[in-house]
Design a protein around this ligand. Structure first.
Ligand code: ADP
Ligand code: MG
Length: 647
């Protein structure tokens, strides 16, 4: 960070170290930081207002002072209670701070903290960070800061792997620069009108964001003049590599002026990307943002595919089969929170709603009720659930798909708190499946497929719950001793009158405890057959296919289990009686079978995990004794009971 400050100082006062200013700035900045730490987060409502009226004079005096005179005056006098943007500490110009205030950026993310000062110095940079860590602003802000509004040819070129990303990045630049005069940003990508792009380029553009192919077309035609280029950004470099653009990227790099800044961001660092960085970047600053181990790891994440009209029923089933002590259900709109809550209430749940209409005081009461268990299910919108911190949340249901990876991470972070484990289930409509890849990248782990729970697993869960309740009451009776004496008397009397056994009596009492509700779901299995929700997981699924740009391959449905996509020629498909419900992971199955059978892990084929069972492909010709051993083998404390699927 100190380099960034130095950059600012040097930028405003020709050269020279100016140690006193820098030191004073450090002190000043320190006090600003303290204010930020102490201030409460601006609530959702406020940031909403800020978004609706961009560039109102919302930047606070202390920030402005810090920007200009205090750099040299160095008076640590910013002790005011007004919250200031932590971005001011980078020495960004006021128009940018205004832009950031308007979109509600208050605190720089870790990658922004690390990268902005380096980039403000004009250094090259290699950054490794996952999606959703805020890379766009990490390069966007310093490059905008260094922009020369007077120069009309492109100064910044950002290469992105896809047109969607190009549009996103261009929009982000526009939002940061909303209060800067004369900044022109142009996204250029294939499929859009070429002439139109030429027109814009002619009129003068400082920032071009594009996909490699179209950028090269313009360069070759001479319609994109990069002679004045100062900075090139390779965004999501590993994606560009994966999509086959890497030679294009090298070609572009070779056409650039010798004096230029190159910024390379990538979620992973395959050797080709390393090589590019070694060959084309000069003494780059390196920034790696490690995924917080806490995030996601303790949270088991699954998704299910369900048609819109069936969502409510699917939700009830999921709650029945997976429900835990505290559940938060995220819905997109206030109206949906109400619909969902009403429906659950009718099914006997203690439900509360948190949405933008709920006043602050009531919000706190609701959270308190959730915390102490008076309410078990909370239906909320993102905004209303911001910062919600309740330990006993065991399950988060994304009833509606979150807006982006960041929102997803935030939502599932409501569970798995205080060292506990948690569950997260994401509902996707068939059309929304294509967003799964993006969310998986945001958490850097697969979000496994599950099925809408069938009758069998719901019934099993009901029985488990009943057993649990009974055990609890035996250990911690709810009635006081006098009441218990009265109950005992009733039992005795009924037993005498009816001359029944204690067992019969106990059964009758249990049935009484059901409160008139049927114990089991009866009837045909309506879910989990060939519904859209009947998705499965393949261990060897080609992750590449579902990245942006290409759609996911269609999900397999249950018919596959019976072999429509059959095992490979030399393999045979087996069924084992352990499934999601037992929390089994492919690794458990591979490990156990490899150990027991002596097979190499790699010769164990596809594994598909279903609700209560799984299938696994094994090499043909398994000896009988191995087969017998595998039958008794226990995984997740259950016998595999392996059987040949064909038979
Ligand atoms: P990445 O490129 O690393 O995937 P993005 O730059 O697209 O991440 O940012 C992810 C999301 O986080 C975006 O919605 C962006 O607006 C938001 N964001 C980024 N930085 C901040 C910040 N400092 N404060 C609040 N939101 C931020
Ligand atoms: Mg990005």
């Amino acid at each position: 960070m100190s380099k960034g400050k130095a950059a600012r100082v040097q930028g405003t006062h020709s050269h020279g170290p100016l140690p006193a200013c820098v030191e004073g700035f450090t002190r000043l900045q320190h006090s600003v930081t303290q204010i930020i730490d102490g201030s409460t987060l601006i609530g959702a409502a406020d940031s909403q207002a800020a978004i609706e009226q961009p560039c109102e004079d919302t930047v606070l005096p202390s920030v402005v002072a810090l920007q200009e005179d205090d750099l040299t005056l160095a008076q640590p006098e910013a002790e005011t209670s007004v919250p200031v943007s932590a971005f001011a500490a980078f020495g960004l110009r006021r128009e940018l701070l205004d832009g950031l205030a308007a979109i509600g950026f208050e605190e720089p993310s870790p990658i922004q903290k690390a990268a902005i000062p380096e980039l403000m110095l004009g250094r090259d940079l290699v950054g490794q960070a996952q999606t959703g860590t805020g890379k766009t602003a990490a390069f966007g802000l310093p490059l905008l800061e260094r922009l020369d509004a007077g120069q009309r040819t492109p100064q910044v070129l950002v290469l992105t792997p896809t047109r969607e990303l190009a549009m996103q990045v261009a929009e982000a630049f526009n939002s940061y620069a909303a209060c800067m005069k004369g900044v022109k940003v142009l996204p250029i990508y294939g499929g859009a009108d070429f002439r139109d792009q030429i027109q814009h380029l002619r009129r003068g553009v400082q920032i071009v964001v594009g996909t490699p192919g179209r950028v090269m077309d313009h360069m070759r035609q001479g319609t994109l003049d990069l002679s004045g280029l100062r900075s090139l950004v390779l965004d999501e470099a590993d994606e560009m590599l994966r999509m086959g653009f890497i030679d294009d990227v090298k070609w572009v790099l070779e056409q650039l002026p010798a004096e230029r800044q190159v910024v390379l961001f990538s979620a992973t660092m395959p050797s080709e990307i390393r090589r590019i960085s070694q060959n084309y970047l000069k003494d780059p600053a390196e920034v790696t943002i490690r995924q917080k181990a806490a995030d996601g790891r303790r949270i088991r994440q699954r998704h299910l595919v369900v048609n819109g009209p069936q969502k409510l029923e699917a939700l009830e089933r999921v709650l029945e089969a997976e429900g835990s002590e505290g559940v938060i259900i995220f819905a997109r709109t206030k109206a949906i929170t109400l619909t969902v809550a009403e429906s659950l209430e009718q099914h006997g749940y203690d439900v509360a709603v948190l949405n933008g209409d709920v006043p602050q005081t009531q919000r706190e009461r609701t959270i308190e009720r959730l915390r102490d268990g008076r309410v078990n299910v909370l239906v909320a919108t993102d905004v209303a659930a911001r910062g919600l911190d309740v330990d006993r949340i065991g399950l988060v249901i994304n009833y509606d798909i979150p807006f982006d990876g960041e929102a997803y991470v935030h939502r599932i972070g409501r569970t798995g708190r205080a060292g506990r484990s948690g569950e997260a289930i994401l509902f996707l409509t068939p059309r929304e499946r294509r967003f799964l890849g993006g969310l998986e990248r945001a958490v850097n782990q697969p979000i496994e497929a599950m099925e809408v729970p069938g009758n069998a697993s719901i019934n099993q869960h009901r029985l488990d719950r009943l057993r649990q309740k009974l055990t609890t009451i035996l250990q911690q009776p709810v009635c006081n001793p006098e009441e218990r004496a009265l109950l005992a008397e009733i039992l005795q009397r009924v037993a005498q009158e009816q001359s029944c056994s204690p067992d019969q009596l106990a059964l009758a009492a249990l049935e009484l405890g059901l409160g008139g509700k049927p114990l089991l779901l009866q009837g045909e299995e309506r879910w989990g057959q060939s519904r859209p929700g009947a998705a499965t997981r393949e261990r060897d699924r080609d992750r590449g296919d579902r990245e942006r740009g290409g759609d996911r391959r269609p999900f397999n449905d249950r018919t596959q289990e019976r072999g429509e996509d059959g095992p490979e020629d030399n393999m045979e498909r087996f069924r084992i009686e352990v499934g999601w419900r037992d929390r089994v992971k492919p690794g458990n199955i591979v490990g156990a079978i490899a150990n027991e059978s002596g097979l190499a892990g790699r010769s164990i084929g596809k594994i598909r995990i279903f609700d209560a069972h799984s299938t696994v492909d094994l090499p043909k010709g398994m000896p009988d004794d191995v087969f017998a051993d595998l039958r008794r083998l226990r995984v997740m404390n259950k016998e595999l009971q392996i059987s040949r699927l064909g038979s």
